[in-house]
Design a protein. Structure first.
Lengths: 72, 387
């Protein structure tokens, strides 16, 4: 059920931003205490590449920005 | 296949699944280089044509595509989903549950797959099920209320304990501890005769029969084996392997049981998945649950619509409901929010906070009577004016 999560290098992140012409704010988010984030040891501010097995495309890449869980 | 073709397919900008289909189509067919490049070009062309245009209002398409068949769904279905006696909420109530991102579904249930060594053998599957199913103390022996001596006598049945793979020593240790910790009842003492497999429970207040009976109730129902939240387990054989279906759900504890295949085991409690396995697993669970709920009723909705909904719900790192506490309540525009639910509150808050509405969305422009800012612009782009 859990797809593969990888931490992206700084270069890859810059490439991603210029490819889609976006800023980090526009990426989907993931909390720093998410179990999958804890496993790979990503820090707040990292961008994570998620390789999903997609129903439509077979394999799809998605990206999430690690943020701190807001206090309730 | 010609390695040259293989390379061309690999480098083409197509999704993996299409490439795979193309490969299996070309497998064993004699084609010339020219034919191949025509095929590949056409496939790429076709793929490009099927892609959604930028600025297309996919949300509205998804809403209609799920909403219309949704009206055909049975309003109330309490189904026994093929599995012996396990009741699962299905149909519209279940779909609403998923979209509302409830903390707990009305009928939590798990589908537990077993590791290979356990899944082939009924007895071994049963052994795993005993580790999971919550079993109260009265299933392991006779419980007698001795009113003369103001005590409760538990005579454990060694044969049952042996069959259930739990030792008398374990039960003797677990039972009093769990009555204190889990059931929060502490006004008693206990004595143990491990050799004779007998336990004695005495209430602290020797005068009150009420206390004695209260204690007896706790002793009878204390869970000594299995996981507390899982009330029932049904073992079933499906496509050659034994699978456990449960009533009640506790993903974390089930994962720790020996013999459980943690990669395939799933629960219908989405918020539990997001806590134990993370937001991406929750996204997958939403897609799977929504799709199977719809398909079970014979309603075929394209996955893409459901994927869009699941993506929206999981965008911010936690599962958000589709409603005023989730996605709809976080819209930028005041008028759009006010048009949805609790109108006065939104208008009042917006007035106090001096909010400005940019009138960029659909709802706002309908309210003020302006043309909406929506669409791909295809008409202007593709149809060139003659002069």
């Amino acid at each position: 059920m859990v797809p593969d999560h990888q931490i992206m290098s700084e270069e890859e992140v810059q490439q991603l931003y210029s490819l889609y012409n976006i800023t980090s704010e526009q990426l989907p988010k993931i909390y720093h205490d998410d179990p999958a984030v804890k496993v790979i040891g990503a820090k707040v501010g990292d961008v994570i590449r998620i390789v999903r097995t997609s129903h439509t495309a077979g394999r799809a890449e998605s990206y999430r920005l690690v943020i701190k869980r807001p206090k309730k | 296949m010609n390695p040259e073709f293989e390379e061309a397919i690999r480098d083409a900008s197509l999704p993996d699944k299409t490439k795979q289909q193309l490969r299996s189509f070309l497998e064993g067919k004699e084609i010339t280089r020219e034919q191949f490049s025509t095929i590949l070009d056409r496939v790429i062309n076709e793929y490009m044509n099927t892609r959604i245009e930028a600025c297309e209002a996919v949300g509205i398409i998804a809403a209609q595509s799920i909403g219309e068949p949704g009206t055909q769904m049975t309003m109330r279905t309490f189904h026994y989903a093929g599995v012996a006696e396990i009741n699962v909420t299905l149909g519209l109530p279940r779909l609403i549950e998923i979209m509302d991102a409830r903390k707990e579904p009305s009928t939590p249930t798990m589908t537990i797959y077993l590791q290979e060594e356990f899944s082939g053998d009924r007895d071994r599957a049963r052994e795993v099920s005993w580790q999971i199913e919550a079993a109260p103390l009265h299933e392991f022996g006779d419980i007698v209320i001795d009113m003369e001596n103001m005590q409760i006598v538990v005579q454990l049945n060694a044969a049952v304990c042996d069959k259930r793979k739990i030792s008398v020593a374990d039960i003797v240790e677990i039972a009093p501890r769990k009555i204190r910790d889990r059931r929060h009842y502490r006004d008693f003492d206990h004595e143990v005769d491990e050799k004779g497999a007998v336990m004695y429970f005495m209430p602290k207040d020797k005068e009150s029969y009420q206390n004695l009976f209260q204690l007896a109730e706790h002793v009878r129902n204390v869970i000594v084996q299995g996981i507390d939240d899982i009330e029932r387990v049904v073992v079933r054989k499906e496509s050659g392997e034994y699978i456990l279906y449960t009533e009640g759900s506790n993903l974390k504890d089930v994962f720790e049981v020996v013999g459980v295949d943690t990669t395939r085991t799933r629960t219908n409690n989405i918020s539990e998945i997001s806590q134990v396995l993370g937001i991406e697993a929750a996204r997958n669970a939403i897609i799977h649950e929504a799709l199977s709920t719809l398909n079970e009723q014979g309603i075929m909705v394209d996955v893409r619509h459901i994927m869009l909904v699941a993506d929206m719900m999981c965008m911010d790192g936690e599962v958000k409901q589709i409603g005023r506490h989730g996605i709809a309540g976080e819209k930028e525009s005041v008028l759009s929010r006010a048009a949805f639910e609790v109108t006065v509150n939104h208008l009042l808050d917006a007035a106090v906070a001096n909010e400005v509405d940019e009138l960029s969305g659909v709802t706002e422009n309908v309210i003020v009577g302006q043309p909406i800012q929506l669409g791909t612009g295809d008409v202007k782009l593709i149809a060139k004016p003659l002069n």
